[in-house]
Design a protein around this ligand. Structure first.
Ligand code: FAD
Length: 499
């Protein structure tokens, strides 16, 4: 409530925030977490009797405070498929900046609620480029294993993979990759693989095998609510306020920090504004959420001593999407698991790692679909716009050409080998590349730049960053395992020396 005092306040309940809460609680410290999205475990089911709708049937539950859906694939067979919805605290935010839409999870559990669960540890030889100031030996000996264990990372059973009709799209992806001489690899995931096999056998309610993923999974996925946050709340030392948005943090005359929180309703109206005092504050609002807060607080005089690195070093992990049109003898399946389980690795030669992704349309599309992660050097900055009061991002749409060029090192070759072409009907009329978005925002409060080498914000004792904003723009693979492992490393040091 208003005027409350807490030893530690964590802003955001995604990967970084959940790691911080669990480890601080285990060290005996009381933690309060605030999350602007809903606690989906307590939300009433919708008209389909479920909490989360399918990807093929988005509705009011799907998007954060939009009046029209903004599906990542905006078109099907050339036709626009978005539709009007009532404004609601839905689970997926498509946050629009001038040059890019950034997709993010909203709710207790952050991105784990909406993501594909692909849990990839980068190749060790690439780590130096990802986090140059971090001891790689320590990360690979201690913190990556710790993160993988706590997240519940596992792999598809290779025998079932060969049999199930739900991964025909992945097997076609493998055949095409290998015929063009590319390395193809299984990708681990936090989805419960035994549960998925049971779905296939018809013995449990279907989720991944029933078109559920980016608007939430009703079953099967080990979200943070089932892993880190379940453990954290079980200590009795962690409490969570959902539908609470942090808007300001400033040093308090009496010590610690005054944090302003807006409690909102599911339509987005502010119901109450509260101020709480926190001894220490962890920024874990995600790359965009943390960067926006810090840039605004520096510019408006709440935290003027933050350094000039705040807001810098933001990247999109080189995300770009594309579909290929297969021949009639290469169907990818009218049923598809929403959880990708394989990828094509051309990182060293071409700067691209491509997930073989599903297109769960419920009918045969003869399409192979991919989300590529590329080795781009472009970095954008956040800045406070005093006219609008908003925080802008300097990303330029044209910068995605670098990602397209790298992705083409894989797909031009596959098209040539297979005698196939790109699909032009998925992102608009005659538009091949999904180059308007990212699922993987990274940076904005980069480690050892805006913060020290453990996430302590420079200029203020007791303020920390512990999420994807610490990572300078690219992880070479899907990011959440690296975000989690870095948070494990940093919180261990912070508990040992600052608390
Ligand atoms: P987040 O998980 O984004 O958590 C931040 C939380 O803070 C959110 O819950 C947000 O609502 C809350 N918040 C923000 N601002 C405030 C505020 N002012 N006050 C209170 N709360 C606030 N990554 C992978 O590794 N593998 C995948 O398969 C994968 N698939 C993805 C698919 C989709 C559709 C999307 C959108 C992302 C995917 N990602 C994937 C990316 C991954 O989910 C993110 O990298 C990860 O969630 C980032 O973790 P984080 O701790 O930095 O922040």
């Amino acid at each position: 409530g208003n005027g409350a005092q807490v030893p530690v306040l964590v802003i955001g309940t995604g990967y970084g925030g959940s790691v911080a809460a669990l480890r601080l609680a285990q060290a005996g410290i009381d933690v309060h977490m605030v999350e602007m999205g809903q606690d989906w475990a307590t939300v009433a089911p919708g008209p389909d009797g479920k909490i989360h709708p399918k990807v093929s049937a988005p509705d009011y539950r799907s998007f954060w405070m939009r009046t029209r859906t903004k599906q990542p694939l905006s078109n099907f067979l050339g036709f626009p498929i978005d539709k009007d919805v009532p404004k609601y605290a839905g689970i997926l935010d498509a946050e629009d900046f001038a040059g890019i839409s950034v997709y993010q999870g909203r709710g207790v559990g952050g991105g784990s609620l909406v993501n594909g669960g692909m849990a990839v540890t980068p190749k060790r030889e690439n780590f130096g480029a990802i986090l140059p100031s971090v001891d790689a030996a320590e990360m690979y000996a201690t913190y990556y294993p710790r993160a993988n264990a706590a997240l519940g990372v596992g792999s598809v059973d290779p025998d079932w993979f060969e049999r199930t009709s739900y991964y025909q799209y992945s097997r076609v992806g493998r055949k095409h990759a290998q015929r063009s001489g590319f390395a193809w690899t299984f990708v681990p995931d936090v989805y419960d693989w035994d549960y998925m096999v049971a779905e296939d056998n018809g013995s449990v309610p279907k989720s991944a095998l029933a078109q559920e993923v980016i608007y939430g999974n009703n079953y099967g996925k080990k979200t943070l609510q089932k892993t880190y946050l379940a453990q954290a709340t079980a200590t009795g030392k962690v409490s969570i306020s959902s539908l609470h948005r942090a808007t300001s943090v400033r040093p308090a005359a009496t010590g610690g920090y005054d944090v302003v929180l807006e409690q909102i309703n599911t339509a987005g109206d502010v119901v109450t504004t509260k101020t709480v005092n926190a001894g220490k504050v962890f920024f874990a609002a995600g790359s965009v959420g943390t960067s926006k807060l810090l840039v605004k607080l520096k510019a408006t005089g709440a935290l003027p001593a933050l350094n000039s690195q705040v807001g810098q070093g933001w990247g999109d992990n080189g995300n770009v999407m594309v579909g290929r049109a297969n021949h009639m003898w290469d169907p990818t399946g009218d049923v598809q698991s929403t959880i990708p389980c394989s990828g094509i690795d051309n990182w060293d030669a071409g700067g691209a790692f491509a997930e073989v992704a599903p297109l769960p349309a419920g009918l045969e599309t003869f399409a192979s679909f991919y989300l590529a992660i590329t080795k781009t050097q472009r970095r954008a900055a956040f800045s406070y716009n005093s006219t609008t009061g908003a925080v802008d991002l300097s990303w330029q749409t044209a910068w995605k050409q670098d990602s397209i060029t790298m992705a083409k090192t894989i797909f031009d070759k596959i098209n040539k080998t297979e005698g196939t072409i790109y699909r032009t009907d998925l992102f608009g009329t005659n538009k091949i590349w999904g180059d308007h978005l990212t699922y993987h925002p990274l940076g904005g409060a980069v480690l050892n730049q805006a913060t020290d080498n453990y996430g302590r914000l420079r200029g203020y004792d007791g303020l920390y960053v512990i999420d994807g904003s610490l990572i300078p723009g690219n992880t070479s693979v899907n990011p959440f395992v690296t975000i989690t492992a870095l948070a494990e490393r940093n919180i261990e040091r912070i508990i040992a020396t600052d608390l």
